[in-house]
Write a protein that binds this ligand. Sequence first.
Ligand SMILES: NC(=O)c1ccc[n+]([C@@H]2O[C@H](COP(=O)([O-])OP(=O)(O)OC[C@H]3O[C@@H](n4cnc5c(N)ncnc54)[C@H](OP(=O)(O)O)[C@@H]3O)[C@@H](O)[C@H]2O)c1
Length: 321
Amino acid sequence: MKAAVYYENGGPEVLRYEDVPDPACHPKGVIIRVEAIAIEGGDTLNRFGGPLVTKPHIVGYQAAGEIIEVGAEVTHLKVGQKVATVNNFGSHAALRSVPARNCWPVPEGYDIAKASAIPVTFGTAHDCLFEYGRMKAGEIVLVQAGASGVGVAAIQLARRAGAKMILATASSDERLERLKPLGMTAGINYRVNEVPREVRRLTDNHGADVVVDSVGGSTLQGSINSLAYRGRVSMVGAAGREPMVVDVGSMMGGNRGLSGVFLGAEIMTDRVHDMIQGLIDDAARGELEVVIDRTFPLSEAAAAHAYIESRAAVGRVVLVP
Ligand SMILES: NC(=O)c1ccc[n+]([C@@H]2O[C@H](COP(=O)([O-])OP(=O)(O)OC[C@H]3O[C@@H](n4cnc5c(N)ncnc54)[C@H](OP(=O)(O)O)[C@@H]3O)[C@@H](O)[C@H]2O)c1
């Protein structure tokens, strides 16, 4: 099969489009013919510095397509079914071997590219807001990196849950402008404004009740400093590629909370599995919008990764084999 592979970590240029052996079907898994690959922020981070557990390595968490083979022990999935899938690696390929547990049926007629972008992206945003952030209707939410895949999902889920105000940060006014139709109340361009000060100004000094922070590094302290009394930060990523250094003393006075969030640790549980299926079904009914910024052929995976790293994309970038 064709795949986008690399032999060493590095920039987008390490990706090559090559022939590799077809994957084998595990008794508890399926093989899908990949139709769309939603590139996760974690895919670019893994390409940059993650372990090469196979060589050449095929990176990638999320892909959707049609099942072409079903493992001997799998009873609930069948050949011909369209599914969205997640695995620790292997999305950037024409075929994918994946545990049956990590497959979610895609409702008839729903856009397969959009479906490919839901499990990790929306599932993570959902856990950040509700499972760990304990967000309630009427609260104020701050989404750091609002134009990221996780950010675009978090803004919509917070709106749907009745947030009183949704603030988001981004590196340009143009990127913030694109978040308004999704439910963002006000945007903060962090290149020209100090985030905690702007959050206080925009919220009448209340602060944010819940912050979704997928950037980490120096941004994380700004998230903590933006919190309201009893506010909670869900720390979910390291897009900023900086060391995570925070002053934990700043948590105490305001009875503030900081939770780490890792969807992968619970993706096999019934709770998360059902939550993701619910999000796919909601999106197929038109209740959530999966924003796809641009689509590239799989053979141009290096260009797609470079485009993401140029910080031009809003939402997801998709590869098509
Ligand atoms: N723990 C989990 O379960 C989990 C699940 C999903 C994702 N994640 C993590 O969450 C993070 C975001 O994922 P994503 O898929 O939403 O990412 P994405 O769509 O690629 O977006 C990342 C955004 O981060 C912002 N950013 C800030 N500093 C950056 C820098 N130095 N380099 C590049 N971008 C920077 C950029 O927006 P601006 O230019 O507007 O700042 C960029 O659009 C990643 O670290 C990912 O690994 C974790």
